[in-house]
Ligand binder design. Structure first.
Ligand code: URA
Length: 216
């Protein structure tokens, strides 16, 4: 299942336009904050699909009957580009446990690359709801590799992926390998370059958020 969060126009479209816009994206703080705001919207939308318990709350004047989130999800993100989006999710799921994964593109001299996954830290995932964030769903290779690594830490009952821009081939790749994950994205673009960049996309999300890295 894929949910496109900008299917119905909202203020979210303005934030996505800003992170794509070359003149605006040079403001790193604004870029990170927009990713964070998109994470907040995704958290709110995902929360509508989670399980709730009946609760009674004592107010100064009486008892209010309502519902409360049954359990906090585990929020996982892929370093480093995922950090602002992760923070947005954490702003809303403020009692969540967290997982961090380092996965990066190790480039070969011929221009091809492989995903190198070197570090993972997370709580027991058995029977938990996991929300994994990565701003750009390009080939889908790093997300699939990450999910496979996470499954060694327990079998989650649900996995949600949150991304800001997804491309169609990446969505298909993830669903071929992980048919039960739900993908929540801010926008869907059609093109992926041979070097694995989404078009029109926005460029390199990690570099825009944190500065240009040396190629590895
Ligand atoms: N990662 C990025 O930061 N940008 C892309 O276009 C693809 C992957």
């Amino acid at each position: 299942m894929v949910v496109n969060l900008s299917k119905h126009y909202s203020v979210l479209c303005d934030w996505i336009n800003e992170i794509r816009d070359m003149e605006v994206q040079i403001d790193r703080m604004r870029f990170r904050r927009n990713l964070e705001r998109i994470g907040e919207v995704a958290a709110y939308e995902i929360s509508k699909n989670l399980s709730f318990n009946q609760v009674d709350t004592q107010t100064p004047l009486g008892i209010s009957s309502s519902k409360s989130l049954q359990e906090q999800p585990i929020l996982g993100t892929i370093l480093r580009a995922g950090l602002p989006l992760h923070q947005g999710l954490l702003n809303y799921f403020d009692k969540a446990d967290n997982a961090f994964i380092s996965a990066y593109r190790k480039h070969h001299p011929d221009g091809s690359f492989e995903i190198s996954l070197e570090y993972i830290t997370c709580p027991d995932l058995e029977n938990r709801v996991v929300i994994l964030s990565d701003p750009m769903l390009a080939t889908g290779a790093s997300l699939v590799k990450t999910i496979q690594a996470l499954r060694e830490e327990g079998n989650p009952k649900e996995i949600h992926i949150v991304c800001v821009i997804a491309c169609t081939v990446g969505i298909e790749y993830v669903h071929r390998n992980e048919p039960n994950v739900k993908i929540w994205c801010g926008a869907i673009d059609d093109e992926l370059t041979a070097k694995g960049y989404i078009v029109p996309g926005l460029g390199d999300a990690g570099d825009l958020a944190y500065g240009i890295k040396q190629q590895s």
